[in-house]
Design a protein around this ligand. Structure first.
Ligand code: SF4
Ligand code: SF4
Length: 217
């Protein structure tokens, strides 16, 4: 999932015109789990805006605003409120913001209410988020027992550990296990230690030339 964090209220309203009419868009998927743009956060934002003199003309929480069909459905359902608003405040990741702008086809200013942090997993208490993939376009998890060295090693070392590893801990963050030790232990459990002996070439970054695009056949 895409991990987001709501921006501070002062930063958000810096971009809104004083006393303007605002429509709020949240996200029913990742931003809900991250408590950045789910129903509770959208309603909290509505109240804060109203308390600060803004007129909230409505709000919507499409299931996944990064998907064009979800955004289009929302735009149809909330057409009147959106036609009546001065500005739109979006509490989603950057994907949701851009998907909304692309599908809106009008000139209402769209404001960004969240920072998009990383692609991650969440613990079972839905409290802690962990960065686990950098979407490098050349996945090598097969060779590293499903642990992403590229993401979890602060130096993104593909043939580790580096010389700084001490007692199994990472030299960059001494509180953290060296990811290559974790990979070694996992491969050992799986009887696949031969994979540690291979030298892996640098990633093929031509697969990651931006902006990336994938078209289904
Ligand atoms: S190697 Fe790591 S960063 Fe690249 S796709 Fe696989 S999990 Fe993501
Ligand atoms: S100690 Fe391990 S995790 Fe830390 S930078 Fe070196 S290889 Fe990467």
């Amino acid at each position: 999932m895409i991990i987001t964090q709501q921006k501070g209220f002062d930063e958000i309203i810096k971009h809104l015109k004083s006393g303007s009419k605002v429509f709020i868009v949240g996200c029913g998927e990742c931003s809900t789990v991250c408590q950045a743009g789910g129903e509770k956060e959208v309603l909290d934002m509505k109240k804060k805006l109203q308390d600060s003199g803004y007129i909230v003309v409505g709000y919507a929480i499409p299931q996944a605003p990064c998907i064009a069909t979800h955004v289009k459905l929302m735009l149809v359902k909330h057409k009147k409120e959106i036609e009546n608003t001065d500005e739109i405040l979006v509490l989603t990741c950057g994907l949701g913001v851009q998907s909304l702008i692309e599908n809106m086809k009008c000139f209402i200013p769209v404001h960004v209410g969240c920072n998009t942090l990383f692609i991650g997993t969440v613990d079972s208490g839905a409290k802690e988020f962990f960065e686990v993939c950098s979407a490098c376009g050349d996945c090598t998890l097969e060779y590293t027992a499903g642990i992403c060295a590229y993401t979890q090693c602060p130096k993104s070392i593909l043939n580790g550990p580096c010389g700084g590893m001490e007692g199994g801990m990472c030299e960059v963050d001494k509180e953290k296990d060296c990811v290559w030790v974790l990979i070694y232990n996992k491969l050992k459990e799986q009887g696949r230690l031969d994979l540690m002996e291979k030298i892996y070439p640098a990633k093929d970054f031509s697969k990651h030339r931006k902006p990336l695009r994938r078209i289904l056949k």
